[in-house]
Design a binder for this molecule. Structure first.
Ligand SMILES: NC(=O)c1ccc[n+]([C@@H]2O[C@H](COP(=O)([O-])OP(=O)(O)OC[C@H]3O[C@@H](n4cnc5c(N)ncnc54)[C@H](O)[C@@H]3O)[C@@H](O)[C@H]2O)c1
Ligand SMILES: [Fe+2]
Length: 462
């Protein structure tokens, strides 16, 4: 390996030999100093292979044959099992002669208990590969079923994020998993994250590790055509917050302490030039298609656009991360047991997208001071006129823009409408504090008082 001195000498030679004309002068313009270099900052972008197109689900049988799969676990929820996406998957497997078994007991908004049931199914059968057909609930359940089938002697809590679990590193390559999302929201098809409602701490938490990431994401917009209006609406706000939070996350260069290479590959890294590209695409797509996709189930262009945006935002969050809306959403969802949303079954629950967007106006009013220009750019990408707007008004403009979307999509009027009162704030803050994985990705540090203020402002939003 070349010594550092030889590398510097070479750079200096390249610098001197470089063309100095205005058109090419930058080429070799490397600043070289003999001083000890500062620790380098780095980011990396990881995601699953993504295949996108109307009807691509019919290829899944061939994918499994190519993988040499002999025994496939197909996971879904009790509703999606009856719908056209599952029919398309099973037809493709049968046509390709693939041997499979279906687990259709995934719980929407999974819990520790429901995860354990799916894990038991996976451990009792000798599967060599997994296919998840459904929304984030199904994909996240399938990820942990795959994980624990590869670690038969371990417990779910061994891998769950600290301080709730033991945060054991996943040190094996898991079995191949193919994710076929049927909602346009979570982006779980490209992330190494699995989230569940941890009943014992009354907050959501999860497992994060690159090994959980599906091998292939099949993004087939045909599956979105059966999605009911309410699910398209709430899941759409999940994309909305993924894009806004990863775009406004702390820049990766400003993380302190800067993650070690090992930590970088496991954790959220902060905003970076590549995740910003995904986030900008998503915000523009939301401006163009969100309302059309929610209110017109047969608008194939709009539903296809939102389906791609969900995956793109997933790549953004999977690498840059999400921060305060999600950190606060975890206790909101886990403690919100009075609200029964339409189209999600009969149980009281707060769908994930609703739990994240409800604090978004207050969150971005709070974070705007960290980078007013980026907050203004986000508002502009969502359709706001930013001409002549002062930096000091960036938070207000972005919050007002978010509120316009919430109003247009008839989102409930704040935490009170979801069954909370001011008395719940201390417990919600207490539930958010363990979410350090997310809170430290915010562009500003926050005190408990800051979190209380955001929750208080979110009690009534209109
Ligand atoms: N792993 C990640 O990176 C990540 C990111 C964000 C959210 N999540 C998690 O994902 C979960 C939410 O997932 P979601 O919003 O995709 O919804 P979901 O999987 O919970 O499904 C919501 C409802 O939509 C129905 N449904 C799904 N597809 C349908 C279709 N094509 N037609 C008709 N109905 C359909 C389901 O049966 C269910 O009733 C939460 O638990 C959340 O915490 C995970
Ligand atoms: Fe989310």
């Amino acid at each position: 390996m070349a010594s550092r001195k030889r590398v510097f000498d070479l750079l200096r030679t390249v610098n001197q030999a470089a063309c100095k004309c205005p058109g090419h002068g930058h080429r070799g313009n490397v600043q070289v100093s003999n001083a000890t270099p500062i620790p380098s900052t780095a980011f990396e972008i990881k995601h699953s292979t993504v295949r996108y197109g109307l009807g691509v689900t019919q290829e899944v049988g061939y994918d499994l044959v190519n993988l040499g799969a002999k025994s496939v676990c197909v996971m879904t929820d009790p509703n999606v099992v009856k719908l056209s996406p599952m029919k398309a998957v099973l037809e493709a497997l049968t046509k390709a002669g693939v041997n499979y078994k279906v687990y259709d007991n995934v719980q929407v908004e999974p819990t520790e208990t429901s995860f354990k049931d799916a894990i038991k199914f996976a451990q009792e059968n000798d599967f060599d590969s997994f296919v998840a057909v459904g929304g984030g609930s199904t994909m996240d359940t399938c990820k942990v079923a795959n994980l624990l089938s590869c670690y038969p002697g371990s417990e779910l809590m061994d891998f769950v994020n600290a301080p709730v679990g033991k945060a054991k590193q996943i040190d094996k390559v898991l079995k191949p998993m193919i994710a076929i999302p049927t909602t346009s929201g979570t982006g779980s098809e490209t992330t190494g994250v699995s989230i569940f409602d941890c009943e014992s701490i009354k907050a959501k938490t999860g497992i994060a590790g690159g090994a959980l990431r599906p091998l292939l994401a099949i993004i087939d917009p045909l599956h979105t055509l059966t999605v009911p209006q309410t699910v398209a609406n709430y899941a759409g706000f999940d994309i909305f917050c993924h894009a806004l939070e990863s775009f406004t996350a702390i820049p990766y260069t400003k993380r302190e302490p800067f993650p070690t290479p090992a930590a970088r590959s496991q954790a959220y890294q902060g905003s970076n030039p590549i995740s910003d590209v995904w986030a900008r695409f998503c915000l523009q797509t939301i401006h163009k298609y969100f309302a059309r996709a929610v209110y017109n189930a047969d608008d194939v262009d709009a539903r296809s656009g939102m389906h791609l945006a969900a995956t793109m935002a997933g790549v953004g969050i999977g690498n840059a991360g999400v921060h305060l809306c999600h950190g606060l959403a975890y206790p909101i969802a886990a403690r919100g047991k009075k609200f029964i949303p339409k189209d999600y079954g009969k149980k009281p629950m707060i769908p994930h997208g609703l739990s994240v967007v409800v604090t978004a106006p207050a969150v971005f009013r709070f974070t705007a001071v960290s980078d007013p220009d980026k907050h203004l750019e986000a508002a502009n990408l969502l359709g706001a006129n930013t001409t002549g707007v002062k930096q000091a008004d960036a938070g207000k403009l972005l919050a007002d823009t978010i509120l316009k979307y919430m109003d247009m999509m008839k989102i409930e009027n704040g935490l009170k409408a979801l069954g909370f009162s001011g008395e719940d704030i201390p417990n919600l803050v207490k539930g958010a504090l363990p979410q350090q994985r997310l809170l430290k990705i915010a562009p500003l540090p926050q005190s408990e008082e800051d979190l209380s203020m955001i929750l208080d402002e979110s009690m009534t939003v209109f």
